[in-house]
Design a protein around this ligand. Structure first.
Ligand code: TRP
Length: 450
């Protein structure tokens, strides 16, 4: 993303690849299985699907409408659409949330780097599930290693963001991401043959509604927003590079579809292994890192697969973090007229400080609790479950109630598409009523306001 000069995506595939690239990341492969594990599996998945397709897709469309119509960053977009109005405050939510997410996300991305390194050495010869489980536990709760990798990861982000080599990264990820996809499918086949497969699939796909509490619904909503990169203006920025012929609704559906598909693949890989190796599905953020190595070390060519997998996961992470960082970099550059170098240093510097705290919260800062959560868990919870849905709600209300209906119609239907006004009415209904009311209700009950 390059402010100042407005470029556009050259091809339809470029639009899809970049938008999917932002959506697919640790959110699908790391966060989805851990959240589903903590919140009871099947029912969580079902509610997550509801929020992705019924609430998420219309709000994705709302971000696309704002972005493509204004062709501007988040702050500028609201300034031009609603000058002098309070709507622009949503940009501050976006900027805060993006830095908080960048901080804890970088810790996990750091784990992928350490695990790429450890894969090469075959995890020091440890092959038992218990041994590999404990190895991660010991690693994550140490101090120096995780902090160093977090900082290394953020430094890599700095270099990419300052040099503006996103184009190269994008090209690389267009080749490597399909590879990640293929590996996932290979491992799905592998997991389905494990002894615990039936139990794992039952956990993931059989909804047990007795486990549904307001907290589960709140977390499923947070996961849906997180995974779609929704609610903090990331998609406004991306869609500002769309051409007029990009079909917005279809792009929203394709993104949501692929994003969901990858998350479900990750679930089908993890849960059979969890039950086969007798591990705890509700292990939390460490789940995937404790379970995956056991899978890899149980098959032929494990060192190769493991190294490749964790490296690709690292790549998927860095394409996501670049899009998060860009939000506040654009803000600092344009609102305070700072140079790109200074804005990037500021953003990455704040993330380095907060990221260090997050990394240490598994180790020597684990006694430090905010609202009963470690710093890492608090950042994750507060940004995903609260800030993103609040941002999404404001964007939804803005497009549903304030934005000129002519603009919505023009953006959604374009010139070359069939004039299907019915679809426009459905989306506007979702944005006016369905999304804000659902998000509001989930807050009232999920946060125990009521
Ligand atoms: N969706 C990404 C993932 O699943 C993470 C992400 C990228 C994100 N940009 C975002 C999350 C903006 C929230 C907002 O890994």
């Amino acid at each position: 993303m390059n402010n100042g000069q407005r470029t556009q995506f050259a091809t339809r595939l470029g639009v899809i690849a970049t938008t999917v690239g932002s959506a697919v990341g640790l959110g699908n492969i790391w966060r989805f299985p851990y959240e589903a594990g903590v919140h009871g599996g099947g029912a969580f998945l079902l509610i997550d699907l509801f929020f992705i397709f019924i609430i998420g897709v219309p709000v994705v469309c709302a971000e696309f409408i704002i972005g493509r119509h204004t062709g501007s960053n988040i702050r500028g977009a609201f300034r031009s659409l609603a000058p002098g109005k309070a709507w622009g405050w949503v940009s501050y939510i976006g900027i805060t949330a993006s830095i908080l997410i960048l901080s804890f996300y970088s810790v996990v991305a750091g784990w992928t780097l350490e695990y790429t390194r450890r894969s090469v050495s075959g995890f020091g010869g440890i092959t038992t599930p218990e041994g590999l489980h404990d190895q991660f536990d010991t690693y994550a709760s140490s101090d120096i290693g995780p902090v160093i990798w977090t900082l290394v990861f953020l430094a890599a982000n700095y270099i990419i963001l300052v040099r503006g080599v996103q184009k190269g990264i994008e090209k690389m990820s267009n080749i490597l991401m399909p590879m990640l996809f293929i590996i996932l499918i290979i491992f799905v086949a592998n997991s389905l043959m494990m002894p615990g497969a039936a139990e794992g699939l039952k956990f993931l796909f059989m909804p047990d509604f007795s486990k549904v509490t307001p907290t589960v619904v709140l977390s499923a909503m947070g996961q849906a927003f997180f995974s779609l990169s929704l609610g903090l203006g990331c998609l406004i920025t991306y869609s500002s590079y769309f051409t007029k012929s990009t079909p917005l609704v279809r792009t929203a559906f394709i993104t949501a579809g692929l994003d969901t598909f990858v998350a479900i693949l990750a679930g089908i890989i993890i849960f059979p292994a969890v039950f086969t190796f007798g591990q705890e599905p509700a292990a939390g953020p460490k789940l995937v890192f404790e379970v995956l190595p056991s899978i890899f070390m149980h098959i032929g060519g494990g060192v190769f697969w493991s190294t490749l997998f964790f490296f690709l996961l690292f790549l998927a992470s860095i394409t996501s973090t670049i899009s998060m960082a860009e939000i506040s970099i654009a803000y600092f550059t344009e609102e305070f007229r700072l140079s790109r170098r200074t804005s990037t240093a500021l953003t990455i510097g704040i993330a380095m400080f907060l990221g260090t705290l997050c990394a240490l919260s598994f180790g020597s800062l684990n006694w430090l609790k905010v609202f009963g959560m470690t710093i890492f868990n608090f950042f994750d919870y507060f940004s995903s479950n609260i800030l993103l849905p609040v941002g999404g709600m404001i964007i939804s209300l803005f497009v549903g109630w304030i934005l000129d209906r002519g603009i919505i119609r023009r953006e959604l239907l374009g010139s070359r598409q069939i004039r299907n006004t019915f679809n426009v009415s459905i989306i506007v209904f979702c944005l006016r009523w369905l999304a804000p009311v659902c998000i509001g209700l989930v807050f009232i009950f999920g946060l125990g306001i009521f």
